[in-house]
Design a protein around this ligand. Structure first.
Ligand code: CO
Length: 190
């Protein structure tokens, strides 16, 4: 089932999610619906807040790109990241690993057609629970790391615009303002 994607500046996007504590069919269904919704919107990640739920839960799916390979260590062993996709993460905790920060032009499904450079750690270690409630430790870099960092931010009510340098933010400010106006209009219509 496709879910409605919330847009900036709906208040839910600023809420910290509650920990996931029940790993049942309902959570599995939410993951499935979020993955369908993400595919439909042609995104690579989606957080619970973006479908109207304040939960520490997100989904990610990165397509393999041989030009930008991802180095991935899953539960202590090297793993082809394709085998993890689509990935559902409950209660992810991120630790940045040593290395150079990277700049990348990010988008967000809650900010249609708005993009801007964000600096983030290249490599992270993320601890999370899968749909059965089993803990995993994933170390990764590149686009997968970036996407997980972006989605985990959402779970704490942090948005990519909060991470942008002032000059980057200044450039997209008119579009962000217009989005805010349109969202308000759409909400008031309901
Ligand atoms: Co986003």
């Amino acid at each position: 089932m496709l879910l409605r994607i919330t847009h900036y500046d709906e208040p839910i996007l600023r809420l910290s999610g509650e920990e996931v504590t029940i790993f049942d069919d309902k959570l599995g269904q939410l993951a499935e619906d979020m993955i369908d919704t993400m595919h439909e919107a042609e995104g690579i990640g989606l957080a619970a807040q973006q479908v109207g739920k304040a939960l520490r839960f997100c989904v990610v799916e990165i397509a393999h790109n041989p030009e930008n390979p991802i180095t991935c260590i899953f539960d202590g062993k090297p793993l082809n990241p394709d085998l993890l996709m689509p990935l559902a993460l409950a209660n992810p905790e991120i630790e940045e690993l040593p290395g150079e920060d990277m700049v990348y032009e990010e988008g967000c499904l809650s900010f249609p057609e708005i993009r801007g450079d964000v600096v983030r750690a290249d490599r992270v270690r993320v601890r999370y629970l899968d749909l059965k409630g089993t803990e995993h430790v994933l170390e990764c870099d590149g686009l997968l790391s970036r996407c997980i960092q972006h989605e985990t931010d959402h779970l704490a009510g942090i948005l990519f615009i909060d991470r942008m340098e002032p000059e980057v933010l200044a450039e997209i400010k008119p579009e962000v303002k217009e989005l805010k106006r349109l969202t308000k209009k759409a909400i008031n219509k309901k």
